[in-house]
Design a binder for this molecule. Structure first.
Ligand code: NAD
Length: 290
């Protein structure tokens, strides 16, 4: 059995605890047992799991893995702390708010011989799987992905990082991208922000990625992908899967801990994650946002 600690008990952290308490039978996730959680607040117990300190978590020998479920701006420090202590880490995306930090974290994980896993549940949704099927084998001419949603809570970073899930979609669908331009508009009084990034595929086809945020804005994703002889204007609806998204991710992380994931797949994931973080950083630089 592998002991785990959950850092941050918000929406994601609470689901992590629940999933470890009731894992799907017959897979690697059954090997994980949650030994405690870390919170800034003084809480007695959460789903009957005890609160422990960060110092205790890094020093306990029965804790082998940490789930980092705090706001994005504290991911990097927690990931580093647990990697340095020789623990495996599963971090909610994005693992860091800069490309350089992410590279350092991967290097540290490799040096320590532990697993560093970044959650990407957006690639596990049935809608996305259906979209990927529709796109497969088609030649893209141009496209756009426009995400809108409510105001971002503090601590989630610049839009290119907080919205890395959308960028991961584009990279997973169309391969490596480059950034040709990016702009950022903000109306602080209205709590409005919008990022527009112009991307290019490896064969120079243009893709526009927009992230728009304002309090009360309904959460929507609009796509317009123009292929040779075919245009996709809607994400194909698909029925919900039977296994929850975080549970699927937990199974994937656990499979890595059990050595069930090939080196090629691990490399592919690392390359994709670092590529997306590199693009996000470039977009942030072009938007001249610190
Ligand atoms: P949230 O605001 O609900 O939870 C964050 C929690 O972390 C809060 O309870 C906060 O008090 C705690 N926290 C912050 N700093 C801490 C610290 N130093 N020590 C201990 N606890 C601390 O946010 P969320 O929606 O759960 O998102 C958390 C992470 O999960 C983010 O990185 C987000 O991108 C990712 N994520 C969330 C979802 C989702 O559906 N909510 C989906 C995918 C990824």
């Amino acid at each position: 059995m592998l002991g785990a600690v959950v850092v941050g008990v918000g929406t994601a952290g609470a689901v992590r605890i629940r999933d470890m308490l009731t894992p799907l039978a017959g897979n690697a996730a059954e090997k994980l047992t949650v030994q405690g959680f870390i919170s800034r607040r003084k809480l007695d117990a959460h789903q009957d799991v005890k609160q422990i300190s960060a110092e205790e978590a890094v020093s306990r020998e029965d804790i082998h893995a940490a789930f980092i479920c705090t706001e994005n701006d504290s991911h990097e420090d927690f990931v580093r702390m647990f990697l340095q202590a020789g623990k495996h880490v599963c971090v909610e995306y994005p693992m860091a708010l800069s490309y350089q930090a992410a590279v350092q974290l991967w290097d540290l994980a490799q040096k320590k011989g532990v697993v560093l896993h970044e959650e990407h549940i957006e690639l596990l949704t049935e809608d996305y799987k259906q979209l990927k099927k529709e796109v497969e084998g088609k030649t893209l001419l141009e496209g756009s992905l426009h995400f809108a949603g409510g105001a971002l809570k503090p601590g989630f970073g610049f839009l290119a990082f907080s919205g890395i899930a959308r960028l991961s979609w584009l990279v997973d669908l169309f391969g490596e991208l480059s950034v040709s331009a990016a702009t950022f508009e903000e109306d602080a009084e209205q709590g409005y922000s919008k990022m527009t990034a112009q991307l290019l595929t490896s064969d120079s086809k243009p893709l526009t990625w927009i992230e728009e945020r304002q309090a009360g804005l309904p959460r929507t994703k609009k796509i317009n992908f123009v292929f040779d002889g075919f245009t996709l204007t809607q994400i194909p609806p698909a029925p919900r899967g039977t296994v929850g998204l975080f549970m699927q991710d937990l199974i994937h992380f656990s499979a890595k801990l059990s050595g069930q994931v090939s080196t090629e797949e691990l490399d592919r994931e690392r390359v994709r994650i670092l590529h997306c973080l590199g693009l996000a950083q470039k977009i942030q630089e072009l938007c001249k946002v610190k």
